[in-house]
Ligand binder design. Sequence first.
Ligand code: ZN
Length: 253
Amino acid sequence: MFIDTHCHLDFPQFNQDRSQVIERARAEGIEYVINIGSSVKGSIDSLGLSKEYDFIYASVGIHPHEADNFDEKSENSIRQLAKKEKVVAIGEIGLDYFKNYSKLENQKPLFISMLKLAKELDKPVVIHSRQAQNDTLKIIKESMPLKGVVHCFSGDVDFLKAFLDLGFFVSFTCNITYKNANNLRAIVKETPLEKLLLETDAPYLAPEGLRGARNEPAFIKLLAEEVAKIKEVSMEEVARATTANAKLFFNLK
Ligand SMILES: [Zn+2]
């Protein structure tokens, strides 16, 4: 059994066949799905999915892409949502200097306020960081103690070590299966299995062979296979370790 610790089944890419996608996840041995909110609306929808399906849990938060629209009202909405049953984390939150859909000066206060909220409510955080290593690390260090995971890890070894030193988990997506992803595979190798989580980030980043297509939680096996290959352990061992890690991190039974 696997846990998909990060996907976006609330996104419009699933509007035509959401229930079938969720059925397939179940059929393929996904024990739990964590559906990640990336806006107020997305967080409400994530919570809705968690109410509809026993095996789906929700994370609520505002993505750095949405930072230009962040205000007190949206902060309050996230605070209220975060207190609901089956909300297991705050995220995804962080900094994105790659796409820069929102202004840098707006991304930082949003990130800091979401970290503060997580601390206040004693929830783990799901971090998005793209080409923003130094600022991400600096802000997190200033906000410790926190329990967190860096999702869709794309940093270098120093960044990895810095987060491991803080006790953070690291989560990898199906992009580690891509032919040109040798750097990323080297990072997976450096990450202890006890600190590693699996995620599809569906609908994004479908695995090699399906690249460009829509990703979905059922494809997580292809990711686990790659991790098993890199770590030179069995699939069962990857499933056992990552599922235990996810249960510990999100406080699932
Ligand atoms: Zn995501």
